[in-house]
Design a protein around this ligand. Sequence first.
Ligand SMILES: *Cc1c(COP(=O)(O)O)cnc(C)c1O
Length: 375
Amino acid sequence: MIDFKQLAMPGPVALKPYTPGKPVEVLERELGITGSIKLASNENPLGCSPAVTAAVQSALGGEFFARYPDAAGHELKADLAAYHGIEAERITLGNGSNDILVLLAQALLGPGRAAVFSDYAFAVYPIATAAASGQARIAKALGADSDMPYGHDLDAMAALIDDTVRLVFVANPNNPTGTWIEPDAFEAFLRGVPQDVVVVLDEAYYDYQPEEWRIDARRLLDAYPNLVVTRTFSKVYGIAAMRVGYGLSHPGLADILNRVRQPFNNNAVAHVAARAALADSDFVDESVALNQTGLARLRQGLDQLGLGYLPTHANFLTFDLGRDAAPVYEALLREGVIVRPLAGYGMPQHLRATVGTADENERFLTALSRVIAAS
Ligand SMILES: *Cc1c(COP(=O)(O)O)cnc(C)c1O
């Protein structure tokens, strides 16, 4: 018998696998029900821009499938460079922004090197760190009764930086909390970080933020060569299945990441889809507007149920059951409503619900009030 845990590096062996939101098909097969809704993975409830579907459909075909994609992703990078007003050499394309986080860890971490991130931060940070055999330094988050409960405490994060640290992950807004950081506070933090520590600003929910809270990454990238900003097409653009994300950084760091990444880490369909998605800003505006209305409705519904929730600038709301949330999660599943349990994040009394369509939000609130009334 081979003991593969003896063979592997200790970092990967110590990892807990990522638990994704339960897919609708899996729930329906398990319970023999139909008509369920999934509000568990922060996907866009409108789907994607019709222009994406049209562009993908017209590209499909034997020749298109037979050829390798453009390994450098020239066309998508050119579009992104124009969109952000930066040089294409600053862009690294990823198979989702998850890929960029992993590439950063692979390039910068290893035995004897550490990454800093917050308690209750995105689950991929510990995974990417351990997979690269780096050490995780986890900062205490802001208190449950602060005005940004469970949010990043940038002072606590700065205090963990020493000369073994090469990477800091900051999610803004953060998942699974929805909490955010003030642009001035982020810049003050950056100013205090040594230049040989790379700071990742993960902006997966960028477009959902009110204008006045958006960090001006373009300006900061010029001023702070150790900054990397990551963005994704999985959330507001509605093409999570395509797996496209990217990093914006100093060209020197992009050059390193481009050496590490698989040459064909984006498939050709994904390139077509992302270009069409980026071009449809009306779809983004419509999605953001739907999210604002939906968030207001969810807050109102939770208020009526007497449940607390965290502040959010994203497309989800994390709410507090005030007791073990697992039975509520299970009961919601039986009502055909999938949300996200957060016990794995150390928040066993909270659940995270993605903002859905108006109909989905009503389904969720009705199911939740039934479940609470019955318990
Ligand atoms: C969803 C998410 C991502 C990225 O997802 P990809 O699909 O890999 O692009 C990155 N960071 C945070 C905080 C997220 O919630």
